[in-house]
Design a binder for this molecule. Structure first.
Ligand SMILES: Cc1cc2nc3c(=O)[nH]c(=O)nc-3n(C[C@H](O)[C@H](O)[C@H](O)COP(=O)(O)OP(=O)(O)OC[C@H]3O[C@@H](n4cnc5c(N)ncnc54)[C@H](O)[C@@H]3O)c2cc1C
Length: 483
């Protein structure tokens, strides 16, 4: 056992365990507590440290109630008709109320471009500039949840989910201050751990956005969806260049831009249930709502809408179930052993697994890709995977090693799905297939873990209301609202 890991472990138990304390996790915790559940929220960061929610610019979808149909249309048209329209139904139903109630919670908002006076779709914004704007949202949400008795456990790094009899019954985590392994058993678990844009050499996301929950859910057997769909932020002035590269691919890849948002993630239904009983999910960790691209402001609206749905549904689920027993000593020992393989009591190795991984993904599977670059990505990942060994000589390095393992898993998922989507749609760009292909492309790529490895399934898109696809919008980053 590495010196910095504690030889003892700790067990805790709750009704609803929320993984993540960004906007989705906090909103879920608040709703689950309102539903009468004992709620515990776990975060690998301290309360005010920068999550995506904290670092966000702060724009949220403003939707007058009579504009819901219009929002539905714009979300689906922007998503290139890959959206699960049952999720979009829930999104447009709840967005006006989730935004309106922020004022009651004490979150300051300003309306942009007079959208309220014009009675049309637009943005409201949390006032402020810079990387801490979102604190004006997270602090009041956290305070409201704490007032209802929600327990917050910070600096706990979740390493994997625990199942019992086919149901998710908790999670395992390492305390980043003292190295104690913690077994958290729960009647229901909500994954709200955010996206994974730190997988790419260039990103505008804060450190720690490493797709931990997506990897842990996939590893436990949950379906993931649309993993190939990632949006890349480009400065307005450089967008023209991006399109020029598309027109003349020989010009090479651009050195600008940054990975911004995971459109894909854990597959959920309109009640925020994943494909694993007992496991719910919300926020950027999930996929299916936005399809191939999204409108500006919808990510924060989504984390509030589906956070609340996940909290309500998880509390209702928990009310029907008994608390599972403490996590077995054997399961704890197994996890301890896995963590120990990442630890070294000697000198830290010269190579950086994380940096190499980020470089591979940016170079070969970034904004624009082709079959040859994807083959390169798969080969390089295979080679890198064989070199992963003991890398951590301290708890912060152990955190990085665990995050790298999660990112590595997610990289495999993204490359697999990207190879299968042979077209260009929304933010998903293949230079060798530069146009949308509605004959073959109008399907969701679902990946699940089976004995033979990553197993893809092409699933028909859920279309409840809009069934005649319009020509997909193509671009990077977030799209503006249609006039
Ligand atoms: C620079 C920037 C600007 C943006 N601006 C906007 C905007 O104006 N409007 C908009 O709609 N969207 C915007 N977005 C996107 C939006 O901010 C995110 O999609 C959204 O905040 C995600 O919320 P979340 O709760 O799902 O995840 P996050 O806010 O990322 O929170 C994730 C939580 O999970 C915890 N966590 C992660 N892994 C683990 C683990 N292994 N163990 C324990 N805890 C873990 C973290 O500590 C954190 O508490 C922006 C994003 C960025 C990066």
């Amino acid at each position: 056992m590495a010196m910095f890991l504690s030889p003892s472990s700790l067990q805790m138990s709750t009704d609803v365990l929320v993984l993540g304390a960004g906007g989705a996790g906090l909103r879920a915790a608040l709703e689950a507590a309102r539903g009468g559940a004992k709620v515990t929220v776990v975060s690998k960061l301290g309360s005010d440290e920068p999550t995506c929610t904290v670092a966000a610019w702060g724009g949220l979808t403003y939707c007058p109630e009579d504009q819901r149909d219009e929002l539905f249309r714009q979300v689906v048209e922007t998503g290139g008709f890959l959206n699960n329209q049952r999720l979009v139904e829930a999104f447009v139903r709840d967005t006006p109320e989730r935004i309106r109630e922020l004022a009651e919670l004490g979150v300051p908002l300003e309306v942009l471009d007079g959208a309220d006076r014009a009675g049309r779709l637009g943005l409201v914004k949390i006032p402020g500039q810079g990387r801490t704007t979102g604190l004006a949202l997270t602090r009041p949400l956290r305070a409201a949840a704490a007032a209802l008795g929600v327990e917050f456990l910070d600096h706990l790094l979740v390493t994997s989910l625990v199942k019992r009899g086919g149901r998710v019954s908790g999670a395992l985590a390492v305390h980043l201050k003292d190295g104690v392994l913690v077994g958290l058993s729960a009647k229901a678990v909500i994954v709200a751990t955010g996206g994974g844009a730190c997988l790419y050499g260039r990103t505008d996301n804060p450190a720690g956005t490493t797709a931990d929950g997506i990897a842990a859910a996939y590893n436990a057997g949950a379906d993931v969806i649309d993993m190939e769909c990632i949006s890349f932020f480009f400065p307005e002035a450089r967008l023209g260049e991006l399109f020029a590269v598309r027109a003349a691919p020989d010009a090479g890849f651009l050195g600008v831009g940054a990975a911004h948002y995971f459109l894909g993630g854990i597959r959920i239904d309109e009640r925020a249930q994943t494909t694993l009983p007992g496991l719910f999910a919300a926020g950027e960790a999930t996929g299916g709502l936005f399809g191939a691209a999204r409108l500006g402001g919808t990510a924060m609206a989504e984390m509030l809408v589906f956070g609340a749905i996940a909290g309500r549904e998880a509390a209702a689920y928990a009310a029907q179930r008994r608390r599972p027993p403490a996590i077995s000593a054997r399961r704890l020992e197994d996890e301890s052993r896995v963590l120990d393989t990442l630890c070294s009591d000697g000198e830290p190795p010269a190579c950086s697994f994380t940096a190499e991984l980020a470089d591979i993904m940016w170079r070969y599977c970034g904004t624009m890709k082709t079959a040859p670059t994807l083959r390169q990505a798969a080969l390089a990942l295979g080679e890198l995977g064989r070199r992963l060994g003991p890398v951590a000589t301290s708890l912060p390095e152990l955190r990085q090693a665990v995050e790298s393992l999660h990112l590595f898993r997610v990289a495999q998922l993204i490359v697999t799905a990207t190879e299968l989507r042979q077209e260009t749609r929304g933010c998903f760009w293949r230079l060798d297939y530069p146009t949308p292909d509605n004959d073959n492309g109008l399907a969701n790529l679902v990946l699940r873990r089976t004995r033979s490895g990553i197993t893809p399934e092409r699933c028909p898109v859920v279309m409840t209301r809009l069934q005649t696809p319009t020509p997909p919008r193509i671009g990077a980053g977030c799209f503006s609202y249609l006039p």
